[in-house]
Design a protein around this ligand. Structure first.
Ligand code: AMP
Ligand code: MG
Length: 397
């Protein structure tokens, strides 16, 4: 059996970053920048008023001056600020020639075209000087940056309409199991509803993806072979169930026929999800997840998402932390690394971790409020107050 850390390394060693693509900036949110972006002009592009007020000469501090013009944002003026005169100016407007400072409107008494200026005016106050935030041609976003809403604003400021990014992958989810019924169909006596399909799709939802298809496949070698053939162009295939060793588990045999590599992973020293299959077919990654819902959830969280992040050009690790157990781990220690669903809260100035007790890896009902997995090394029992390591689920909001 392979240790879970080694298993994760093997997944990542076999995962290549996706190719590059040029996309419109509006479609780039959450993607990784694959070029350096430089400023196409100074920023601010002109000496810009940072307050509503009056553009003045320093020599006029404490004096009464004449208002000779008004400049709203988006306009410039021919008027020049010389000793004894001022120009009324709005935030964002270019300061007229001769301006040495902007005095806030609230600090000026105004009557008709006369304005009384305060005694103290600092040189350059409330003027954002041309190029003071960013000079023409400097690097404003490095290759590898995540395109966040702020990065989108930076790109827009420098006139970018498209950017070169790491292409988002396409993902196919295949659920297996003849005991499963489709949504809307009422289950027979020996049947259950398919919960992994919607769960795995939802777990992938926070990530940008070129395409995400979910198919249900019946338990037969032919059906699986046909489904795999249908999704052979996808970058990542996630199969739920049918991965074990019974003669109704067709995934290992179907992957062989499909032309996938021999399994790189098939047994991992972890609970849940001991039986997880990982193979590749050229650049394509194939994960065979156990059908039990918690095991499926965990394996997608820990292995598939790491591969997906790497494909996206991101750091493959989830958000991790350490916190204090606020309750004991009720289940017995495991001789494998034990990943327990938990609720992590930031409370009393520290992370508090509540392990969520469950009746085995089919019991998603007891752990529905989980937002993290806590890791217990083999043989370790969690006791109240212990400092434990956790991995947060990606945020869906
Ligand atoms: P398997 O890995 O195919 O042997 O399935 C293990 C257990 O998980 C069985 O009890 C299945 O009924 C259950 N299971 C498999 N796939 C799903 C699914 N998509 N939704 C809910 N339960 C599932
Ligand atoms: Mg099955």
């Amino acid at each position: 059996m392979i240790d879970p850390e080694r298993a994760l390394s093997l997944v990542l060693e076999n995962t290549a970053r996706t190719s590059l693509a040029s996309v419109p900036v509006e479609a780039a949110l959450g993607l990784t920048l694959a070029e350096q972006v430089r400023a196409d002009r100074d920023y601010p592009p002109f000496n810009r008023a940072a307050m509503d007020g009056y553009a003045v000469r320093l020599a006029d501090a404490g004096k009464t001056v004449q208002v000779i013009a008004v400049v709203p944002a988006g306009k410039s003026t021919e008027a020049e600020v010389v000793d004894g005169v001022t120009v009324e100016i709005m935030t964002g407007a270019p300061c007229p020639k001769g301006s040495q400072a902007v005095v806030m409107k609230e600090h000026v008494r105004r009557a008709g075209d006369r304005a009384w200026l305060p005694e103290v005016i600092r040189p350059g106050q409330h003027i954002a000087e041309k190029g003071s935030q960013c000079r023409f041609d400097t690097i404003i976003l490095e290759e590898g940056a995540l395109i966040s809403p702020l990065a989108t604003a930076v790109l827009a400021s420098f006139g970018r309409q498209s950017v070169t990014v790491v292409r988002p992958p396409s993902v196919a989810i295949l659920t297996t199991g003849d005991e499963l019924v489709r949504p809307g169909v009422s289950p027979g006596e020996a049947q259950i509803r398919n919960s992994n399909g919607p769960m795995l799709k939802a777990q992938l939802a926070p990530f940008p993806m070129e395409q995400l298809n979910v198919l249900h496949v019946s338990d037969s070698l032919d059906a699986l072979a046909a489904a795999l053939d249908q999704v052979k162009s996808f970058s990542l295939i996630v199969i739920s169930g049918g991965v074990s060793t019974s003669d109704r588990d067709f995934v290992p045999a179907a992957l062989k026929t499909y032309g996938a590599s021999p399994p790189i992973l098939y047994e991992i020293s972890q609970k849940p999800g001991k039986r997880m299959l990982f193979a590749t077919r050229d650049e394509q990654l194939v994960f065979g997840l156990p059908g039990n819902p918690i095991a499926s959830h965990f394996c997608l969280h820990r292995y598939v998402l790491a591969a997906l992040r790497k494909k996206l050009g991101r750091d493959p690790r989830p958000l991790c932390g350490r916190g204090h157990l606020v309750g004991p781990l009720i289940e017995a220690a495991s001789n494998r690394t034990y990943f327990v669903p938990a609720r992590v809260r930031f409370e009393n100035g520290r992370y508090e971790v509540e392990p969520l007790s469950n009746q085995g890896s089919a019991d998603i009902f007891s752990i529905v409020s989980a937002n993290a997995y806590v890791m217990f090394p083999p043989g370790e029992r969690g006791r109240t107050g212990d400092l434990v390591a956790f991995e947060l689920f990606p945020s869906v909001v």
